[in-house]
Ligand binder design. Structure first.
Ligand code: G3P
Ligand code: MG
Length: 237
């Protein structure tokens, strides 16, 4: 279905992070099995490789310690990221996705804009634009990505705090897509964003009730750790 599906677009957050260790291949497999429209992941660049992990240190999600970028790619690949699964590369996740599942790459680590642009050019050329989304809280990095990429993907700025200028910031990327912390999405703010014609994706929504409210208010996409619960069938009954 990908990102252009009719709302609600269900996006498996870090795979199916509420069910299987986040950002691992089994987590992405589980999300696909549960029928998501797309998955989201977080990338870092290490030794010229793009790896999939959320935190900037290894302690919470792996059996390693310290900053991700202090390790070599080879050392990172020996770690356990949960239930025996390793830290995957972006390419490994991409290869396991069925063609009808979209991918949201969140630029998380420093220096990921250029390598992600290059990766899209090399590995995802010819893919429909609506299958690929690149987002970041780091709007400088997102601008650098956009400049390098030739607009090969949907671009979506992320917001974890409400900003009065968030519409203008989004429009400056020449995109309609905006990804926002669900806690910020009051009725009034949703009214503002939808009246501007923006496509809003809310993170992270694990309750069906909250998901229903957001869809009623006009949210397009829902990032969820629990695609077993927050699913298209649960929301369109
Ligand atoms: O992209 C949506 C969401 O993943 C942003 O926050 O911290 O979970 O990466 P975070
Ligand atoms: Mg993320």
């Amino acid at each position: 279905m990908t990102f252009s599906t009719a709302a609600p677009c269900i996006i498996g957050h870090r795979g199916a992070a509420g069910l299987v260790p986040e950002n691992t291949l089994p987590s992405f497999e589980a999300a696909c099995h549960l029928g998501v429209d797309a998955v989201e992941l977080d990338v870092y660049a290490v030794d010229g490789q793009l790896i999939v992990i959320h935190d900037d240190d290894l302690d919470r999600t792996t059996n390693g310690k310290g900053p991700v970028t202090a390790q070599s790619f080879a050392a990172l690949r020996r770690l356990d990221a949960g239930s025996g699964a390793g830290i995957p590369t972006l390419d490994e996740v991409w290869r396991l996705l069925p063609a009808n599942v979209g991918l949201n790459i969140e630029l998380k680590g420093p220096g990921t804009a250029q390598p992600v642009a290059a990766w899209l050019r090399d590995r995802a050329a010819g893919e429909p634009q609506e299958r690929l989304m690149v987002s970041s809280f780091d709007h400088e990095a997102l601008r650098a990505f956009q400049a390098a990429s030739g607009h090969r993907a949907i671009v979506a700025p992320l917001f974890h705090r409400w900003r009065k200028d968030c519409v203008a910031v989004t429009r400056a990327f020449a995109t309609d897509w905006i990804n926002v912390n669900e806690k910020l999405l009051t009725r009034a703010r949703m009214g503002l964003l939808t009246s501007e014609g923006l496509k809003i994706s809310a993170y992270t929504v694990n309750s069906v009730r909250r998901a229903e409210t957001l869809v009623r208010l006009g949210v397009h996409g829902l990032f969820t750790d629990r695609p077993d619960r927050v699913s298209r069938s649960a929301l369109t009954r």
